[in-house]
Design a protein around this ligand. Structure first.
Ligand code: ZN
Length: 182
């Protein structure tokens, strides 16, 4: 997983106070934007580089329904060249956070202080996303089977030049031809 590099925001930012919705009647809903354009720690082993979107919280009978469309960016390894790159993806979330009295019956729940913690949910979603293949760019060519170096148009030219130079040095007929051409 990616390591912290410089400063980052605390995952406490991902705790939302929903007490006001608990005391409101079912169906009450509240929408708000969330925009964190900086590195944020989601878990000891997980950081996201940016997070933006909107949350809609609705008081349901058994808890708080969280619905969200998010754009997340995080560092991951390219499946072809193994280099780290910033990967962006969109995430649709619809999750019920059960009432504190129903804790234990649901994976996610509102805690005793009337707060919900988005960090475990986000971590789960990001890890699922990270388990799919992704490449740093569509035309990433990966690594050379011979040298282990990253392949690119430039490396192709270099390899072609090397092959030409070697051929020139090895093949005496080429040398003769070269002399004739001078
Ligand atoms: Zn790559």
């Amino acid at each position: 997983m990616n390591q912290p590099n410089g400063s980052y925001l605390n995952k406490r930012l991902l705790r939302l106070q929903v007490g006001f919705l608990l005391s409101a009647g079912p169906g009450t809903c509240r929408a708000f934007p969330l925009n964190i354009p900086q590195r944020l720690q989601v878990h000891e082993d997980l950081f996201v580089e940016a997070l933006a979107g909107e949350f809609v919280l609705t008081r349901a009978k058994d808890g708080i329904l969280l619905q969200s469309k998010l754009k997340i960016s995080h560092l991951r390894e390219c499946d072809r060249c193994l280099e780290s790159f910033e990967y962006r993806f969109a995430l649709d979330i619809a999750e019920l956070f059960a009432l504190p009295s129903l804790a234990g019956k649901s994976v996610f729940c509102v805690d005793g202080n009337g707060e919900i913690d988005l960090a475990p949910l986000l971590r789960e979603e990001v890890l699922i996303e990270a388990s799919y293949r992704a490449v740093c760019r569509d035309d990433c060519r990966g690594l050379s089977a011979e040298t282990g170096d990253k392949l690119s148009a430039e490396s192709d030219w270099a390899a072609a030049r090397r092959a030409k130079a070697e051929a020139g040095a090895i093949d005496p007929r080429m040398a003769v031809l070269k002399q004739l051409l001078v």
